[in-house]
Ligand binder design. Structure first.
Ligand code: SF4
Length: 729
């Protein structure tokens, strides 16, 4: 590479939760090249998405002007399926709309939301019964997440506001909050350099958190023993000391068997438990675990008893043992119980609060940690202040200039509940910013029908996504490399993003869009946010938002906007201005009322839809290295789309042989929700009887087949497991 950049800009990767720092080389107003920068999370490393995936910013399909649905264009989800190769025809999607000025689009957007709200108020509806809801985004900045939840709560007096964390780590956060009082990770990824034993369960970091995987591989090369537990024998298995290819959906059987070994073989760290765990919990858990012996669980989880005992002894004996987990644990109708068992492993053995130990739910999106911290969740305000606590509501009302009693005391509806309510007419208007539920939500045909039934849908995004195509008003947004803001990675590391290029056409920063809407609702917001993304300057609208946000967040109390600009990357909690931040937490107490953790038994939970005679196989959905989530960005990246241009379902060779097919030939996948035709790929990592399918492809959307069965605690959907028929064509 010999071309010289006109300038370089340091920012953060917009894809996964690892939060790699990168340097954008800008030439002729375009991002011309990307290098890894020496950030705390990556130390210069990048994966293929960070290095080659930024050209989505300049794709010709970027939205460049506000759009309003034409009166003669009824909303029809079928339009998403009828195009070349089964992919929606972009021109046909655009033709549903007419261009509008920002003034008109914002007026129409706000008026539609206000109309539904006012009718509800007149009918006496309050709280979650208010038929208005919002989906913010973990792809936006912390400031945008904060403003989004503030807008929904202030303008509509409802907590019906959520984002993709509901489909991601909601079960992890629910179990962690219940047990140790915090939903965040205890130790950063790179702390695995100090671990003797590393457990990775239900996660495929080589594909989904690639730079994090490099730190884990380095730890193994240094001598750490890696236990990989996953029904798929993923690439990380090559580095594993023990690979546990357990039966899909049997997580609780596997983990409770490990816990049984720990409590029956004298492996409990009694001094740790005596001071760090609630006094009655160990006795109760010991009793509960009595029947869960490895011998009893082996037939359920498919792992032999000797291996289960060996792994439990290794983890407990450490000396430093660390657990990573991902969607394979969380996205189940018993996801909260899965995580309860992982927490119990760490607590019983004292493998938390020290270097090389701890619990790390690998966050997916680049800012899912920050969006959750900022309160983009229906049950909590910023910094996880419960909406049911009067003092927490009063503090938010005072900070936001709301009349006392404005905020309801019951949590709002969650993502899947909101779309169910939309389908049934109980939610009638929505604001969606940067999320694509028409692709990402389970049972996507139902989700699309629900979106189409809304009286008024406003979507702000950078592309005319499958969700935006069902909107009444579409607002063109600035992309991440076009604006200033902060994001928080999986390690709780808050990093500053800086703009490298200008938004195209009339695209505007999401924070500015929210401020404009708030003004139309009479909320009196006056941050002075720059519509064009702004610069990282001390006196800026985004800076004023950041400082207001941290005034409500003790975890960020010592991290002013001025300090953020100065240091660029700080790990929260940061309780005081001179506090350096805390990569490792829970060193001496847990953030619970008495400082002690709770041990909560993990109850057995079966998958909601096991295979049967009609649907004899198991469908697992997930991601792949080259594409990010619903594909809105990476499918528009030339290099990434060239690497993986078409969807494939991964099938074990034995199943392919039984179907009488060669690799590459298509199959029909059919579940009780729908059917899709997709090409096959031979993959010996997938167990016979299981098929794996990434959900990034609009022309064969995996979520058309998934089930919306919910975990009863966290309301996360079981997109990791449903029964499927696989048929040769
Ligand atoms: Fe971006 Fe994640 Fe890849 Fe790092 S590992 S470059 S954050 S996608």
């Amino acid at each position: 590479y010999t071309r010289r950049a006109e300038r370089t800009v340091d920012t953060v990767c917009p894809f996964c939760g690892v939060g790699c720092a990168l340097t954008l080389h800008v030439r002729n107003g375009r991002i011309d090249r990307v290098d890894g920068a020496p950030g705390p999370a990556n130390d210069g490393r990048l994966c293929v998405k960070g290095r080659f995936g930024m050209d989505y910013v300049h794709h010709p399909q970027r939205l460049t002007q506000p759009l309003i649905r034409r009166a003669d264009a009824p909303k029809d989800p079928a339009i998403l399926m009828h195009g070349p190769g089964g992919r929606a025809d972009h021109a046909a999607l655009l033709a549903q709309f007419r261009p509008a000025t920002w003034e008109e689009a914002l007026d129409v957007a706000a008026a539609g939301l206000a109309r539904v709200r006012d009718a509800a108020r007149a009918a006496g509806l309050r709280g979650r019964a208010v038929p208005v809801a919002g989906f913010g985004s973990a792809k936006g900045s912390n400031e945008e997440a904060y403003l989004f939840q503030k807008l929904m709560r202030s303008a509509f007096a409802t907590h019906n506001v959520d984002h993709c964390t509901r489909l991601c780590h909601a079960s992890s956060v629910a179990a962690l909050m219940e047990s140790i009082g915090s939903g965040a990770v205890s130790n950063p990824v790179r702390d695995c350099a100090h671990a003797d034993v590393i457990v990775v369960i239900g996660a495929n970091p080589v594909q989904n958190h690639p730079v994090a995987a490099t730190w884990i591989k380095n730890a193994v090369r240094r001598g750490a023993r890696l236990v990989l537990a996953d029904p798929r024998r993923t690439e990380l298995a090559r580095y594993a000391w023990r690979y546990l290819g357990f039966t899909p959906g049997s997580d609780v059987a596997l983990l409770n068997a490990l816990l049984h070994v720990i409590v029956t073989e004298g492996l409990v760290n009694e001094p740790f438990v005596a001071v760090r765990v609630h006094p009655d919990d160990l006795r109760a858990l010991r009793e509960y675990l009595r029947p869960w012996s490895p011998e009893a669980m082996a037939p359920l989880c498919g792992i032999d008893p000797a291996t289960l005992r060996e792994v439990a002894r290794a983890y407990a004996g450490g000396p430093a043992s660390m657990i990573f987990w991902g969607m394979g644990v969380a996205q189940h109708s018993h996801g909260t119980d899965n995580v309860r068992a992982l927490i119990a492993l760490a607590l019983l053995t004292g493998q938390i609060g020290r270097p090389g130990t701890g619990l790390h739910p690998l966050r997916g999106q680049n800012n899912v940690q920050g969006a959750s911290d900022a309160g983009l969740i229906p049950m909590v305000l910023p910094d996880y202040r419960r909406v049911g606590v009067a003092a927490h509501r009063a503090a938010a009302e005072a900070a936001w200039g709301l009349a006392p009693g404005t905020l309801p005391d019951e949590p709002g509806l969650t993502v899947v509940e909101i779309l169910d309510a939309a389908y049934e007419g109980r939610i009638r208007a929505m604001l969606i910013q940067g999320e694509n539920p028409a692709m990402s939500d389970p049972d996507a045909a139902h989700a699309r029908a629900a979106l189409a039934r809304l009286e008024h849908l406003v979507v702000a995004d950078i592309f005319l996504t499958e969700t935006a195509a069902l909107a009444d008003v579409v607002l063109p947004a600035a992309a991440w490399p076009e604006k200033t803001g902060t994001v928080t990675n999986t390690d709780r590391l808050v990093q500053l993003g800086r703009p490298a290029v200008a938004p195209p056409g009339q695209a505007r920063a999401d924070a500015w869009i929210l401020e404009q809407l708030a003004q139309r609702f009479g909320l009196g917001w006056d941050y002075g946010i720059d519509p064009h993304g702004g610069a990282p300057e001390p006196d800026s609208g985004i800076g004023r938002v950041f400082d207001e946000m941290r005034s409500l967040m003790p975890a960020l109390a010592g991290l002013s906007w001025a300090r953020m600009l100065r240091e660029g990357a700080v790990t929260h909690p940061v309780p005081a201005p001179d506090d350096p931040g805390h990569p490792i937490v829970f060193t001496d107490r847990f953030p619970t009322p008495d400082g002690r953790a709770r041990l909560v038994p993990a109850r057995p939970g079966a998958p909601a839809e096991p295979p049967d005679a009609d649907y004899p196989y198991v469908l697992i959905t997930g991601r792949q290295l080259e594409h990010w989530h619903t594909g809105a960005m990476t499918r528009r990246s030339a290099v990434l789309d060239a690497l993986e241009p078409v969807p494939h379902v991964s099938v074990h060779p034995a199943l392919l042989a039984r179907l009488g097919l060669q690799a590459g030939q298509p199959v029909r996948l059919r579940t009780r929700r729908g059917q899709v035709t997709v090409a096959t790929r031979v993959d010996e990592a997938v167990p016979d009887g299981v098929v794996f399918w990434p959900f990034a492809y609009a022309e064969a959307a995996a979520n058309l087949l998934t089930i919306a069965a919910l975990d009863p605690v966290a309301k996360i959907a079981e997109v990791k497991y449903c029964a499927v028929a696989v048929e040769a064509l």
